[in-house]
Ligand binder design. Structure first.
Ligand code: AMP
Ligand code: MG
Length: 444
């Protein structure tokens, strides 16, 4: 048997890739998906939704030269030598519109000005009130200025932040509080957002029972469907829980087909090497294409990513099945993830791989994954070969973040995970990490 034959058959049977390759494969596929229809929502209902329209400046920002300090509008030429005494010829407060005929700054003059007020004509800077002393004279007020300022100081010129017509937020941005501020300041009380993608969540396993059932001695409650539904919602999708498939081909296949009617299908369990791990086999029967069938990570090594159905550019409203002229239903291409059943593995692999696909289906360009960093509190020893995402507790304060591994019993230990607030990321080649070293973190 030739070596090329060996490698190609090995590739179709199992394609285990590094973490980075797996992540990039998902990102590449995510780039090609189209978001759904558009809906109009009230501004605050748009929080967390993805913009289907851009936000454009409806006028210059700021719309006038805006003072950024309380003090006096001055001509810097008058302050070549300080202290200097200037005649106070008026006052502008926020909301006033100074009429140049009545309120402008001539040679030797100053106008009192408040933060947020328009700079009167003639002035080229604002001197802070802290550097002045006002003297009330019989002939009117005068101000002594003790410090000089440079031209342009303490005000923002008209249009310096943005010009009318300039794009302030791109389509495809997820709206956060800063985005809400932009929408509000351009007068958008209603927004166009993308419909949330519908994400089918299917748990598998003969031992798994619904959460309101009283589990038998060897049964466990279906926590994964719920943790995944929560993660789907956080990522901007809408979860459709399809319940629990037995480890039996017929029912599993029927539920997978139902799940492929959604925009994305997430399965949990049944992707390991056990005799009853049928997920890949059933997906194979449905002519799935597998992009990877494992990633060199822990937890979560058996994670699977693939798609079913034809690669058509049309996006279908709800059902997902398109009838061709021959009457045979052709399924529009749908992606799926087979996530391992161990609850911690399920959660980690969701964050690493499923999240960017949901973000893309929601209309975003999924952001690159960036790890934070913190100082390690106590030494870590581990085995090489896999990139590890170990539950950990980030503590400390302000600039002094420190992190320590949570004590856990492995990928099934949700009790430990609930106490953790991040994962320490350990590269595959590291066996030992000293206390005090800066380590990358995946926040959760
Ligand atoms: P599997 O990936 O199917 O081999 O399952 C691995 C482990 O995860 C087993 O101990 C399962 O009992 C557990 N598990 C599988 N599915 C779920 C689920 N839906 N909720 C909670 N635990 C699960
Ligand atoms: Mg199982």
């Amino acid at each position: 048997m030739s070596s090329s034959h060996l490698s190609s058959s090995a590739e179709t049977a199992a394609r285990v890739v590094s973490f980075e390759v797996a992540r990039h494969l998902v990102e590449q596929h995510a780039m090609g998906v189209c978001p759904g229809e558009v809906a109009t929502v009230d501004l605050l209902a748009g929080l967390g939704r993805v913009l289907a329209e851009e936000m454009v400046a409806d006028r210059d920002f700021p719309p006038f030269a805006r003072a950024t300090r309380d003090g006096y509008a001055v001509r810097t030429a008058d302050l070549a030598e300080v202290p200097a005494r200037l005649e106070v010829v008026g006052e502008v407060k926020a909301g006033d519109w100074p009429d140049p005929a009545q309120c402008s700054v001539g040679r030797g003059q100053a106008v009192g000005i408040m933060t947020g007020a328009p700079l009167p004509a003639g002035a080229d800077a604002v001197v802070m009130v802290e550097h002045t002393s006002l003297a009330a004279l019989a002939a009117g007020n005068s101000v002594e200025v003790r410090r000089s300022v440079g031209a342009g100081e303490n005000f923002v010129p008209r249009g310096a932040e943005a010009r009318a017509g300039q794009r302030l937020l791109d389509r495809g941005r997820r709206l956060d509080h800063a985005g809400v501020a932009i929408a509000a300041s351009v007068g958008k009380s209603q927004l166009q957002v993308f419909r949330k993608p519908r994400v089918a969540v299917l748990s598998t396993g003969d031992e798994v029972v619904e959460i309101d059932a009283t589990p038998g001695p060897a049964q466990i409650r279906n926590s994964n469907s719920y943790s995944l539904a929560a993660q789907v919602r956080n990522a901007g999708g809408e979860a459709v829980r399809l319940g629990i498939a037995r480890d039996e081909r017929g029912q599993l296949r029927a539920l997978i087909e139902e799940g492929l009617g959604c925009d994305l299908l997430l399965l949990t369990g049944g992707v390991s090497m056990g005799k009853y791990d049928l997920v890949e086999q059933v997906l194979g029967e449905l002519k799935a294409e597998f992009y990877f069938t494992g990633a060199e990570i822990q937890p979560g090594r058996p994670v699977v990513f693939g798609s079913c159905g034809a690669d058509t550019p049309v996006r279908l409203p709800a059902a997902g099945a398109l009838s061709t002229r021959t009457g045979v239903p052709a399924l529009h291409k749908k992606y799926f993830f087979g996530l391992p059943g161990n609850p911690v593995s399920t959660m980690v692999t969701f964050e690493l791989f499923a999240r960017p696909m949901i973000e893309a289906l929601a209309g975003m360009t999924p952001p690159r994954l960036v790890f934070q960093r913190a100082r390690l509190k106590s030494e870590i020893r581990t085995k090489t070969g896999l990139k590890r995402f170990l539950p950990a507790v980030l503590s400390g304060e302000f600039e002094n973040a420190e992190v320590e591994l949570a004590r856990w019993q492995g990928s099934g230990d949700i009790a430990a995970l609930a106490q953790a607030n991040c994962y320490v990321v350990i590269p595959p080649e590291r066996e030992r990490i000293e206390a005090g070293e800066w380590v990358p973190l995946l926040m959760r």
